[in-house]
Design a protein around this ligand. Structure first.
Ligand SMILES: *Cc1c(COP(=O)(O)O)cnc(C)c1O
Length: 305
């Protein structure tokens, strides 16, 4: 069996950013640097799934996502890297010419199957998955956003750092990354999750469901901070854009407007509002996600890079 990019352990640097109000030391873990195309948490989430798929003899991976999905993009890259065929079931129609996410995914060999939003609701229905099996033959299934027990196992690795922090902060979509990190943190550390979507009512239950499924006992306190979704998924505001541009100028670190920009804006705002006791050490996770920036720039006619 040939070695894949997932067979080596990967460390990413923890960088000191600055001291915020009082004595709140802000650090950033650069998961965005983990790999040039499979960035951040998507690498962690795919790692043990790809290893498992190869070990159990599958030659095809099938997964679900939207037309601008970081997960679809990362799965296509990971499949190409590991010699696995990939099938991406895409929510809503796809239009030609393809957007940059899907265009690159197809170039990496991903077969794209667009389905309607109504059909997409069946993405976990055994009958629907059976139909897909009959059409494509046997495949290793990775759920939407890549969140399953093996993804949590990979995300636990994000917490493998040498220092102890009072607060860890991470952006949430499905919550799989947060759930995996909860497996690794100690009782003296707190994890704050910043949902990128509005209406995160179900997210807490989803995270608890993922924890249960993966048999994870959580030792650290955690909560969702729901005030920084900026109106919902991929919605932006001038303040958010200005924050991302300023951060880039000051630190030469690119944030994305869907996940990491909103989370870090939230961390700065919480610090300003006196949320963190001083002194505190705060570690924010840069989960990557640059490939989606082009879509947002085009949609809103702005420049983020
Ligand atoms: C997918 C993604 C997330 C959300 O991860 P979940 O495990 O679904 O919560 C956060 N940040 C970035 C950059 C992502 O691409």
């Amino acid at each position: 069996m040939s070695l894949s990019i997932f067979d080596h352990p990967r460390d990413t640097p923890v960088c000191f950013i600055e001291c915020l109000e009082g004595d709140i030391q802000l650090y950033l873990k650069r998961e965005d640097l983990i790999h040039p195309t499979i960035s951040g948490n998507k690498f962690r989430k795919l790692k043990f799934n790809i290893i498992e798929a190869v070990k159990t003899g599958y030659d095809t991976i099938l997964t679900f996502g939207g037309a601008f999905s970081n997960h679809i993009y990362a799965t296509a890259a990971a499949g190409a890297n590991s010699g696995l065929k990939t099938i991406g079931v895409i929510r809503g129609g796809i239009v030609e010419p393809l957007n940059s996410t899907l265009d690159q995914a197809r170039k990496w060999g991903m077969e794209l199957l667009p389905i309607t939003r109504a059909e997409y609701k069946n993405k976990t229905d055994p009958v629907f998955l059976d139909q897909l099996q009959r059409r494509f033959g046997s495949f290793y299934l990775i759920p939407e956003g890549g969140s399953n027990s093996l993804a949590l196992k990979g995300c636990k690795e994000i917490t493998e750092v040498d220092e102890v922090f009072d607060y860890w902060c991470v952006s949430c979509g499905t919550g799989g990354t947060m759930a995996g990190m909860l497996a690794g943190l100690q009782s003296t550390e707190s994890l704050l999750g910043f949902p990128a979507l509005k209406g995160g009512k179900f997210l807490k239950a989803d995270i608890n469901g993922l924890l249960k499924q993966a048999n994870i006992k959580v030792r650290c306190p955690w909560r969702l901070v729901t005030d920084y979704h900026f109106g919902g998924y991929a919605k932006i505001s001038p303040e958010l854009i200005e924050f991302i541009q300023n951060f880039k100028h000051k630190y030469q670190i690119q944030l994305d407007p869907i996940y990491t920009g909103k989370m870090l804006y939230g961390v700065y705002d919480l610090a300003k509002k006196g949320f963190f006791p001083t002194p505190s050490k705060v570690l924010a996770i840069h989960t990557g996600g640059f490939q989606g920036i082009a879509g947002i720039e085009k949609k809103y006619g702005i420049e983020l890079k």
